[in-house]
Design a binder for this molecule. Structure first.
Ligand SMILES: [Zn+2]
Length: 306
């Protein structure tokens, strides 16, 4: 649907929430006459006028147009003029265009497509308007139009649901129950999610406690091992010292019988010209009584070789 903007000086911006559509007829003349009439200063206006497939707009929907003759109704409504007179009924094209336009407006403001919300001008104020224009037909067409959109059924349902949720407005008891069910489901899902999280937290806690216990056990084990290692080391030190002492005592050389002393003795004897006799085994046994076989041999060779 193409809407041609014409404009009018007769409007104001003192608007109330839009919840009504008021249906008018030309009563006389054609669309060009309506265009001219709404240009008159301090005169009347409407938001739209329809003639066959042509739609003219004079006042923006966000502004109040002067069409109903009752200002409070003007503030809350959209006014639509229809090309029809006492001798010329509205054409099928005009009805079809009107149905489409009313459907669009109703959808925009969530206005129910019923006779409580779509009004004849004469239902607002005593007037002949909207004459022969069949308002029920417009509503029927608008309903058909609103269901015959490009939306899929699912999209349409979602749209209605979104509107209902946003404004908490319901037209059917079953919608209220559905809404309550949905909220209840949401709460249940939330509770379930929280339950899972609680479970997660408790299992995490259990895991931490187990780990903490394991750490304590490990610490104790390390302590025991450490203590044992220290004790072992101390024992080893004692053992080593004992071994060293044993070795020391085992290989102790009598200070009186050092090899150097014998060497010197032999040297003196040699200098004095005395013949050096090889010590007898018995003499050696006595001299080296506490020495190991290798020490004995070394000492003996030293004596002989010197
Ligand atoms: Zn009227």
């Amino acid at each position: 649907m193409t809407i041609k903007w014409i404009g009018s000086p007769n409007f104001d911006s003192n608007r109330k929430p839009i919840d009504r559509i008021v249906i008018h007829w030309f009563g006389a003349g054609r669309l060009t006459g309506v265009d001219a009439q709404f240009q008159k200063l301090n005169g009347t206006s409407a938001h739209y006028a329809i003639e066959d497939t042509t739609v003219h707009q004079y006042v923006k929907e966000a502004n109040t147009a002067y069409h109903a003759g009752v200002y409070t109704m003007n503030q809350r409504s959209i006014g639509i003029e229809h090309s029809a007179t006492p001798d010329r009924p509205a054409s099928e094209e005009t009805y079809k265009t009107s149905g489409a336009l009313v459907a669009q407006i109703a959808k925009r403001y969530n206005i129910p497509l019923d006779r409580a919300h779509i009004l004849k001008h004469s239902e607002v104020k005593a007037t002949r308007c909207c004459g022969t224009v069949d308002i029920d037909k417009i509503i029927r067409l608008a309903k058909g139009e609103s269901s015959d959109t490009n939306m899929t059924d699912q999209q349409a349902q979602d749209y209605v649901k979104a509107i209902q949720k946003k404004y908490s407005v319901f037209y059917k008891a079953e919608d209220v129950f559905k809404y309550i069910d949905e909220r209840a489901n949401e709460i249940r899902a939330l509770q379930e999610a929280m339950g899972v999280q609680k479970k997660d937290i408790s299992s995490l806690k259990a895991e931490l406690i187990t780990k903490d216990k394991a750490i304590t056990v490990l610490e104790k084990t390390v302590e025991v091992t450490q203590n044992k290692a220290v004790a072992d080391l101390a024992k080893m030190e004692i053992d080593c010292q004992k071994k060293i002492d044993d070795l020391k005592s085992a290989y102790a050389i009598d200070s009186e019988n050092t090899i150097d002393k014998y060497k010197e003795e032999i040297k003196k004897l040699k200098e004095s010209g005395t013949t050096v006799e090889v010590p007898t085994e018995t003499a050696l046994k006595v001299r080296f009584k506490d020495k190991t076989p290798i020490e004995k041999l070394t000492a003996m060779l030293e004596i002989i070789g010197a």
